[in-house]
Ligand binder design. Structure first.
Ligand SMILES: NC(=O)c1ccc[n+]([C@@H]2O[C@H](COP(=O)([O-])OP(=O)(O)OC[C@H]3O[C@@H](n4cnc5c(N)ncnc54)[C@H](O)[C@@H]3O)[C@@H](O)[C@H]2O)c1
Length: 533
């Protein structure tokens, strides 16, 4: 089929490349002229596994790029709208980009067009797109509008698209449904799998995806409700982690116990800094706003958002508990992307933490495997610098903070980290490690939903170190206490290690969580992580 995809972001570009991969002729349009020029020269603007390979394979053959939506529309029978739907000040979805594309399509119409809404949109958008098309001159009967929400996750977007668990199609006509079935047919018939050079099927993909045909309104609600549910699962486990901290239980054990129930499942049950990214925060707000407009106060979602925001504050409290004052300290930060395997820093909890730390006049040395360029462009602070790897970031830092669940951060050479750090303190915002493993390397370890694992400092520091005096003069000292690190996890600012006004339940020398994590080692992230869509 001849397909146009309007919008060449994380969703549009992946969809365009994957439609070409399954045999369609695709034109991808974007009004960002520079982006299109870069794509035409073979450069891929986002970090996404298999995407460069697919673009190389099809560009100039079944895949073309254009800055003209008009040209793309006129050359195609089916037009996918995949532009952004960012939040407004009030938290609703800003649909002006969608409206603009609907108007462009209407003005360019030259025969029957199937207009497919792939952006995440509130209920009734399908009707609005239909109306906008008519208002802009598209003749009734010359087009149909279908809702086809996208469920891909950044980081695994290509395999999510090619091996979906479901394809949701919302429309009221047989003609439109038949066209949508035809478009996705290779993913249902198994012909794509069998194709030579096919992108390999992930182990955890479903063998028989569901084609879910619904009304347009239901399809729109399915997407919002799915994202809100996943966000709720993350906030739920974070709330449970807060209870664990207060009673001395271990959230990793609790999550394993809960997730083993097949009615619940283990995915999205990882405690930590909470969700972020360009989807969950805006979609939860937009869904709340849709419900309100329809006369329903969806208060559960208020609480989901509140818990998520509070996790960041809780992490900052842990940093202060470990380090006392922050002014003049040097902190190593691992991770800037909103989750592992992506370069996307939109609404990243890691970025929010870094900004909060920088405002406390400490210096931050950050490393991220893919998001550094975007972070450098967005975060321009004198006291922020970037390292080439985790060990360079850790060098002479007062503590190491893990903020993104990159797989490589779960496999650090801990002996190397321990020797690189000025003080052996790790604050893990993603629960990537087993506390016992940390203490066995002489590291003090704070995470979510588990007691801090404290390593008593050696009588004499390994080497003479420079302590940042409040005025930043870097005065030399051998005494850890100058740094606010008191070795037993009880900060000198009156907080105890549990932040709850009760004495820390940890012995002085070495404390770890109650037993090892599920697999007795650091975590593998990708399967059970909170990887959002
Ligand atoms: N990113 C994800 O993981 C994900 C997953 C599922 C659904 N979604 C949804 O898909 C939509 C797109 O998300 P994204 O992350 O790809 O956004 P994005 O910001 O990465 O890309 C949007 C693209 O649309 C282009 N654009 C905007 N207005 C245009 C216009 N009038 N004409 C042509 N191009 C235009 C922009 O230049 C940009 O390149 C959103 O509604 C999002 O909620 C995103």
């Amino acid at each position: 089929m001849k397909i146009a995809v309007v919008g060449s972001g994380y969703v549009g570009l992946v969809a365009a490349a994957c439609f070409a991969e399954i045999g369609h002729e695709v034109i991808c349009a974007d009004n960002d002229v520079e982006k299109i020029a870069a794509l035409e020269t073979g450069s891929v603007p986002i970090h996404e596994k298999f995407l460069p390979e697919l673009i190389r394979r099809h560009c100039g053959r079944r895949l073309a790029f254009t800055a003209s939506t008009r040209d793309a529309v006129r050359a195609s029978e089916v037009i996918f709208i995949a532009v952004g739907t960012p939040p407004t000040e009030a938290g609703a979805a800003d649909l002006s980009f969608v409206e603009c594309v609907a108007a462009d399509i209407a003005r360019s119409i030259n025969g029957f067009k199937l207009v497919v809404e792939k952006s995440t949109v509130p209920v009734y958008t399908n009707e609005w797109v239909h109306r906008a098309m008519l208002l802009n001159g598209a003749p009734e009967g010359q087009f149909e509008v279908v809702s086809n929400p996208e469920f891909l996750r950044e980081g695994t977007a290509v395999t999510d698209f090619l091996y979906p668990d479901r394809v949701v199609v919302g429309c009221n006509s047989e003609r439109a449904t038949a066209m949508m079935r035809e478009i996705y047919a290779p993913l249902f018939s198994g012909t794509y799998d069998d194709q030579p050079g096919a992108i390999p099927r992930p182990e955890d993909s479903v063998s028989e995806p569901a084609f879910i045909h619904t009304s347009a309104r239901s399809a729109e609600l399915i997407k919002h409700a799915s994202n809100a549910f996943l966000a709720m699962k993350i906030s739920f486990i974070n709330a449970v982690a807060n209870v664990c901290e207060r009673v001395g239980a271990d959230i990793e054990e609790v999550s394993r116990g809960i997730g083993a129930d097949t009615r619940i499942g283990s995915r999205f049950l990882r405690a930590g800094l909470g969700y972020g990214g360009s989807c969950f925060p805006k979609d939860v707000s937009a869904f709340k706003s849709v419900a309100k407009e329809c006369g329903y106060e969806f208060r559960l979602l208020d609480e989901v958002i509140r818990i998520n925001d509070e996790q960041r504050q809780a992490f900052l409290r842990k940093v202060r508990t470990a380090l006392w004052t922050l002014k003049g300290k040097r902190l190593a930060v691992l991770g800037l992307a909103f989750k592992g395997d992506t370069d996307d820093i939109r609404e990243s909890p890691a970025v929010a933490i870094v900004k909060a730390l920088l405002s406390q006049e400490c210096s931050v040395v950050a490393f991220d495997p893919a998001a550094m360029e975007r972070a450098k462009a967005e975060l321009k602070y004198e006291n922020l610098s970037f390292a080439d790897d985790p060990y360079e970031a850790a060098s002479q830092a007062d503590a190491l903070l893990i903020l993104t669940d990159w797989e490589e951060f779960a496999k650090l050479d801990l002996a190397h980290i321990q020797s690189a750090l000025r003080y052996p303190i790790i604050l893990d915002g993603r629960n990537l490690y087993n506390p016992d493993e940390m203490t066995s390397h002489g590291l003090t370890y704070y995470s979510f939903g588990r007691p801090p694992a404290i390593t008593k400092p050696a009588q004499q520091p390994v080497s003479e170190v420079a302590v940042h005096a409040p005025n930043g003069t870097g005065q030399k000292s051998k005494d850890h206490r100058h740094n606010g690190y008191n070795g037993n996890g009880i900060s000198t600012n009156g907080h105890n290690g549990n932040h709850n006004g009760r004495p820390a339940t940890t012995p002085k020398s070495k404390v770890s969580a109650n037993g090892a994590s599920a697999n007795g080692a650091s975590h593998t992230i990708s399967k059970n992580g909170n990887h959002s869509r």
